[in-house]
Design a protein around this ligand. Structure first.
Ligand SMILES: Nc1nc2c(c(=O)[nH]1)N[C@H]1C(S)=C(S)[C@@H](COP(=O)(O)O)O[C@H]1N2
Ligand SMILES: [Mo]
Length: 408
């Protein structure tokens, strides 16, 4: 039990609900199956540098921190000054083992079933490609990005800043598909997407499946994407087809999507009902708590990270507003006592993209606490502190996200 507890709270925790995981792991004949299902290798030494799993072997290993076979984080210093995150540097996060690599072999033949519309239908990616197309730049960020900064030791992958990137998605606006199928059925309030992983026998499918509901207000912007950063969507990032909800936390962007249901209620899958719910430390998750949907305003410095030189320094970072456009970013090199506005760098790719920023500053020898604080177009600014919560979700406090730089 002790070891299982440790596993459930350890750095390889794939971030499902702790109670779920205990149910999976404790007193079950399939305990070892569950352990391997969740990609945990109990015997691996934490200190060993991990290699990339096969399904992500094409990634740039030097740009990533490999937490586990299902969780890879972009190093803070691997984000450059460009708007778009290179695909081979983008973080990866799977709650379940990924489906076979072969699912992208004949991408246009992949089928998605659409229900909760007047004329429910199964459509292939090839058919979707005739229903319209749009491209949007959007930040993809895991709900637990910044979890490592919570002092209570929130269970799950200990992401710092790198469970996030900004990419271009191309696909059909979901509202076009709905129109083609006669519009939404009466009483619909949610869009529910189901991931295409095949689930193992012997476990309650609802307890492990990736099925997420978002409010129908997201229909204005949601798309079914088959391309990321100008290339066919890779299996690693959810190809052949992914539900993309711009400005929403990563988990709502269902990979290998096989079913889209327009529903009256949210799915009762665990990942929705009690997972990804913000609640006080120590409390179990439940449907009445806020769900991880729209992202909040956030920024962090990407350079310098440890050392600077005496005199002129260029401070770089990234900032985004979630579902709201960004207004400004300020930077402080004295831990938040005084602030100066940074300059956005490069083109504005729309409200869901992040904006790289830069600020030139003179630094004297010594230690400097460098922090950044973004404000969105509705006047929401990052708080100084954090809202402690059981699973360490949604951290956008500027203080914890700062860096201490030594200038000599
Ligand atoms: N089908 C499916 N979709 C999924 C997941 C998953 O495990 N299966 N993980 C979600 C989570 S928690 C995140 S943060 C993002 C990660 O996307 P990426 O791996 O492309 O970076 O995918 C989301 N969509
Ligand atoms: Mo996530």
């Amino acid at each position: 039990m002790k070891q299982q507890q440790a596993l459930a709270r350890g750095p390889n925790d794939p971030g499902l609900e702790n109670p779920t995981r205990r149910n999976l792991l404790v007193g079950s004949a399939g305990a070892m199956a569950a352990v391997s299902l969740l990609g945990i290798t109990p015997l691996a030494k934490a200190s060993e540098p991990k290699s990339l799993p096969d399904y992500a072997a094409w990634k740039d290993r030097t740009a990533l921190i490999v937490h586990s076979a299902n969780t890879m984080e972009t190093k803070r210093g691997a984000i450059g000054s460009g708007v778009i995150t290179a695909s081979d540097r983008l973080f990866v996060r799977n709650n379940l083992p990924a489906p076979p690599l072969s699912i992208t072999d004949n991408a246009d033949a992949w089928e998605v079933h659409i229900e909760g519309v007047r004329n429910p239908r199964t459509l292939t990616v090839g058919e979707l490609k005739t229903m319209g197309v749009t491209t949007v730049a959007s930040v993809l960020q895991c709900s637990g990005n910044g979890r490592a900064f919570f002092p209570h030791g929130a269970g799950g992958t200990q992401w710092k800043t790198g469970a996030a990137g900004c990419v271009m998605w191309t696909g059909v606006p979901l509202k076009n598909v709905v129109e083609e199928l006669g519009g939404m059925a009466d009483g619909v309030r949610y869009i529910t997407g189901t991931g295409g992983e095949s689930l193992p026998d012997g476990l309650d499918p609802k307890s492990i499946m990736v099925e997420r509901s978002v409010p129908t207000r997201a229909l204005d912007t949601a798309l079914l994407a088959w391309e990321m950063n100008d290339t066919p969507l890779t299996h690693t990032h959810g190809g052949p087809l992914r539900l993309v909800v711009p400005g929403y936390y990563g988990v709502n962007n269902v990979k290998y999507v096989k079913n889209i249901a327009f529903t009256e209620n949210q799915t009762d899958a665990k990942i929705q009902a009690s997972g990804y719910r913000v609640r006080e430390v120590g409390k179990p998750g439940s449907p009445d708590q806020p769900s991880m949907w729209e992202m909040n305003v956030k920024s962090w410095v990407t350079a310098p990270l440890a050392t600077g030189r005496s005199g002129r320094n260029m401070i770089y970072g990234v900032a985004f507003g979630g579902v709201t456009a960004l207004e400004k970013v300020e930077v402080s090199v004295d831990g938040g006592k005084s602030w100066k506005q940074a300059r956005f760098l490069g083109p504005d790719l729309g409200p869901y993209a992040w904006r790289p920023f830069v600020m030139a500053t003179e630094l004297k020898p010594g230690e400097h606490r460098i922090v950044s604080r973004a404000t969105d177009a509705e006047g929401n600014s990052q708080p100084e502190g954090r809202v402690d919560n059981e699973r360490g979700y949604g951290h956008n406090g500027w203080s914890d996200h700062g860096v201490t730089v030594t200038v000599s």
